[in-house]
Ligand binder design. Structure first.
Ligand SMILES: [Zn+2]
Length: 271
């Protein structure tokens, strides 16, 4: 370190301590930036700012709030997705194959994201792990810094209906814009709803616009894609931009809740 560096460092620490303090949302001031979220540096007499860790943390927290992943799955990641819960031999083979595909997908996510390629996780049996997997993927993507929104299909319909109330500040078109513009949208339990004409139209609008903009959509469903009640315009779009991944026809809901010490995991992420 040269003398010049030392002087600059001293200047930096003095400047940092005089920065105007802003109290963070938690009420305590960050010791690094005094709550401003930015750290000031000086280089060759010029002033620079870099993002403080506390600001990064706050952004990550708000990203997580936005994602709205169900509380039950908060800790789910690909590495703790249990495959031992499946008892049937056929189920074990199916879930291993599913994990393998999903690992490949996640490993190459940057490219899949660019191309707008999503996933369609399906099996006719409820409780077969589709939602757990979708939530695990969503958590991983939030961790990676992507904007993700997790929504039940029926919730989307309810939300649209709520915008029809005169008192609601959020207009229908604004809500649809949000659903269309969210970077990564997870639609859980797609196809369980009764497909009235208007529902078909709204989902076409959402799915088609996301398709055009090459935005990733991840679906879970109790139906194979070609058995959905939605019309071909929707399912054809979905087919083009989704990797279809079969899940076991076995419910593991009870086994999973009973299984505390999982001996073997689906090591898809390697992390
Ligand atoms: Zn800070």
């Amino acid at each position: 370190m040269t003398l010049m560096d030392k002087i600059q460092q001293m200047t930096l620490s003095r400047k940092a301590s005089t920065l105007e303090s802003v109290t963070t949302s938690t009420g305590s001031k960050c010791p690094h930036c005094g709550g401003t979220g930015w750290i000031r540096h000086w280089e060759d007499g010029k002033e620079y700012f870099s993002e403080c860790v506390c600001r990064k943390k706050q952004i990550a927290e708000s990203r997580l709030r936005f994602a709205n992943i169900p509380e039950t799955f908060k800790h789910m990641r690909l590495k703790n997705f249990s495959v031992t819960a499946y008892k049937d031999e056929k189920s074990k083979a199916v879930i291993r194959a599913a994990c393998k595909y999903i690992k490949q997908y996640m490993d190459g996510f940057e490219n899949e994201h660019r191309d707008g390629m999503g996933l369609y996780l399906y099996s006719q049996t409820k409780g077969s792990g589709k939602t757990r997997m979708a939530a695990s993927i969503a958590n991983e993507l939030v961790d990676m810094g992507y904007q993700v929104k997790f929504s039940l299909s029926t919730e989307i319909i309810q939300e649209i209906k709520r915008t029809w109330d005169r008192d609601n500040d959020l207009s229908e078109s604004k809500l649809l814009d949000q659903l269309q513009e969210t970077d990564i949208l997870v639609i859980d339990d797609f196809g369980t709803e009764q497909v009235a004409g208007w529902i078909n139209d709204k989902f076409y609008q959402i799915i088609n616009n996301r398709y055009v903009d090459q935005r990733v959509t991840i679906f879970t469903s109790n139906y194979p894609l070609d058995q959905l009640e939605y019309d071909d315009r929707i399912t054809n779009r979905m087919k083009e931009v989704s990797y279809l991944i079969a899940f076991p026809e076995e419910s593991v809901r009870e086994t999973i809740s009973a299984e505390k010490n999982e001996a073997m995991f689906c090591r898809v992420s390697g992390r």
